[in-house]
Design a protein around this ligand. Structure first.
Ligand code: MN
Length: 187
């Protein structure tokens, strides 16, 4: 069985960037549904005692396990998302220096991150990862896809599925990305 993570902040703690109502739906309904579905799919199978990461690795690229892969991937992606928006200290001094070296400035990095997030057609995710060469990279994934199967180390992500922003920003994905990335980057 996999766990439905607890939020380490109150549901209204991210207002006005992300409303209590969005968190009630996004965390309480969407995220929970991925956890419930994953647990339903692994019950009584070889996957039931595996970690979430192992389930994702084991189901990746297997058409007959695609539903499990997508649901488990979405659990993982949302676990990262709530940490990304809730943690005030993702961008520590060392990472900040590295971002400036690679992208010019924190602001330029933020703009590039927004630009990439806007390129995702339909549902997906935008990520800051460390690739196999240990370099920082902005990456996008579609639907429930997750960078861990690519051997990348995840630093943070932003959910660009419509359910992440529709209640607060309607169709304005760019505005949502601007607000959330500014929060993560403390700018
Ligand atoms: Mn979501």
């Amino acid at each position: 069985m996999i766990e439905f993570m607890n939020l380490d902040f109150k549901e209204n703690a991210l207002e006005p960037i992300i409303s209590k109502r969005t968190i009630e739906f996004h965390y309480g309904k969407h995220h929970k549904a991925y956890v419930d579905k994953t647990n339903e799919l692994i019950k009584g199978t070889e996957f039931q005692d595996m970690s979430l990461e192992d389930i994702i690795e084991a189901s990746f690229g297997k058409p007959e396990l695609m539903v499990l892969y997508n649901n488990a991937g979405q659990v993982y992606n949302h676990n990262i998302y709530w940490k990304s928006v809730g943690d005030k200290n993702i961008i520590n001094e060392e990472l900040s220096k590295e971002i400036i070296e690679k992208f010019g400035s924190i602001k330029e990095f933020g703009n590039k991150f927004i630009e990439e997030g806007m390129k995702v057609f339909g549902s997906g995710w935008v990520w800051l990862v460390r690739n196999k060469k240990k370099e920082l990279e902005i990456l996008t994934t579609k639907n429930g896809d997750t960078p861990i199967v690519l051997g990348m180390e995840v630093i943070f992500n932003i959910d660009v599925w419509e359910h992440a922003y529709y209640l607060d920003y309607q169709n304005l994905r760019k505005k949502y990305l601007e607000e959330v990335i500014a929060k993560i980057l403390n700018i």
